[in-house]
Design a protein around this ligand. Structure first.
Ligand code: UDX
Length: 471
């Protein structure tokens, strides 16, 4: 396998004409990671940097949508691997991309026809890239696509293991974590895997890789995660750049794809603030029983809904065929089920009242930015921390209290609380306050994210004297 990787040649798709400082971006090949990295690329591009994206052929973005970027693809041997165990897949990615990424970057550095490289920015999940930076003597920044609060909990994993909170024991799920007063043991950011040792190794690689980088970029804003940003800045000796929400810093949101307009056309016909938008992101998978309960809960709630059932959401099925025929009929009377929705436009739509979400970081932030309260149903890793904060600290969401299996009656109750109850009104009021803060942080007049971005641009520019003398 190694031989194959060694001999693989990165395929160059587009050479852009723009000259100037260049930044190479290396996203993890999952939608929840690719999207913020591309947004970061767009942000840096508006600040005069040329952008090169190095990506696996697996899950690659379509280069024709980004004609202002140059793309290089790594032909690594990962396509045959199952992606159902995310941790096992991360191990394969980190092992198999090491050589091909190093070769690709070395080639880019020696290419005289392109503008010189100031630094590269790797997803924090590519844990081997610190070593590559050292070998090639190139500054490396890290983009952590999750929030700072959850990252701070990841950084405490050794301590949480020492104290016996991790690995999680079923009997301690409801116990408060003394050192993290807002979290219970069940909120700790873990995930089921066949390789639990690698989970700890990966988290440690991610945290140490960030600590030894030239700086860590977060898609968040100071006001939202003030305490965690302060704590992390104290713990890490490298600069921290909270410059989000990325998508709001960009002049235009991406165009809606033709096959996604159905969701917006349907929303246009609904009453203001009446629709529950339901989406569990790009990786979470439900078992059949939970899927059926969710469908019954939505049908019985009698509220209009827009539900994303993406291929892979339900184990053992690619669409709604596991649901009883009569139920599908009921659902279609009241709602729309789609395979993918233009989420940014959906959340900004006046008909949307509530977002039932898995609390992936992008979804959480996007909901806050549009002032849409949440029904929180985290599945794994950072989503658990995000959901706890959405519910108890930012107080913009409601959650389920029952055990692991959510029942239709509880779903109905939570939907009613969110849509018509007093609590619903309160979380709506608060999320609108957060929406304002999310907007204010972008302002050129003392906006915290605006200033952080300025700091990041100067930081990257400061590498030039260091790097160009050695290129
Ligand atoms: C994964 C992890 O699950 C999450 O915890 C981590 O923070 C990032 O990576 P993911 O499941 O992809 O997240 O969810 P999320 O972070 O919310 O990102 C999903 C992105 O896809 C969002 O930007 C969302 O707007 C977009 N999306 C999703 C759509 O545009 N349409 C859809 O139908 C579904």
């Amino acid at each position: 396998m190694e031989k194959q990787i060694m001999s693989s040649t990165p395929k160059k798709i587009k050479m852009e004409e723009r000259k100037g400082r260049r930044v190479v971006l290396f996203p993890l090949p999952f939608q929840g990671h690719i999207r913020p990295m591309i947004q970061l690329g767009n942000l840096l591009h508006t600040r005069g940097f040329s952008i090169t994206i190095v990506h696996t052929t697996f899950n690659s973005p379509d280069p024709s949508l980004y004609p202002h970027f140059t793309f290089h693809f790594l032909h690594e041997d990962i396509l045959s691997q199952s992606q159902t165990d995310i941790i096992a897949f991360l191990k394969v990615l980190n092992t198999n991309c090491l050589q091909s990424f190093t070769d690709c970057l070395a080639r880019l550095l020696s290419d005289d026809h392109e503008s010189p490289i100031s630094c590269f920015i790797s997803d924090a999940g590519f844990t081997f890239t610190g070593e590559v930076a050292r070998q090639l003597n190139l500054p490396r920044l890290v983009l952590r696509t999750g929030g700072v609060t959850s990252f701070f909990v990841f950084a405490a994993f050794p301590f949480l293991r020492e104290k016996g909170y991790l690995p999680i024991q079923e009997s301690r799920l409801e116990e408060q974590v003394a050192e993290f007063p807002h979290l219970k043991v069940k909120d700790l950011p873990v995930i089921k895997t066949c390789d639990p040792d690698y989970l700890f190794e990966h988290v440690s690689g991610m945290v140490n890789g960030a600590k030894s980088s030239a700086g860590v970029i977060f898609n968040t804003f100071q006001e939202l995660e003030d305490a965690a940003i302060a704590a992390l800045s104290q713990d890490f000796q490298v600069p921290i750049f909270p410059i989000g929400p990325f998508h709001k810093l960009l002049p235009n949101s991406p165009p809606t794809q033709p096959d996604q307009t159905a969701a917006i056309t349907w929303l246009d016909k609904q009453a203001p603030s009446s629709v529950i938008y339901v989406s569990f992101g790009t990786l979470a998978a439900l078992n059949e029983q939970d899927f059926v309960e969710i469908a019954w809960g939505l049908a019985n709630s009698k509220q209009p809904f827009l539900w994303v059932v993406r291929p892979g959401l339900v184990n053992g099925s690619d669409w709604v065929d596991l649901l009883p025929k009569g139920l599908i009929g009921d659902l279609r009377e009241r709602g729309l089920i789609v395979k993918w929705a233009p989420q940014l436009q959906v959340l900004a739509h006046p008909s949307v009242a509530v977002f039932w979400t898995h609390n992936g970081w992008n979804s959480t932030l996007e909901s806050v930015c549009e002032g849409v309260p949440m029904i929180c149903m985290p599945c794994f890793t950072d989503q658990k921390v995000n959901a706890r904060y959405a519910r108890d600290i930012w107080r913009v969401g409601l959650g389920f209290e029952s055990g692991k299996l959510i029942e239709r009656e509880e779903i109905e109750r939570v939907i009613r609380r969110a849509m018509v109850g007093e609590e619903g009104k309160e979380i709506r009021k608060r999320v609108l306050e957060w929406k304002e803060k999310a907007r204010d942080c972008l302002g050129a007049n003392n906006g915290s994210s605006f200033e952080s971005l300025e700091r990041l641009v100067s930081h990257i520019s400061s590498f030039d004297s260091l790097v160009f003398s050695s290129q």
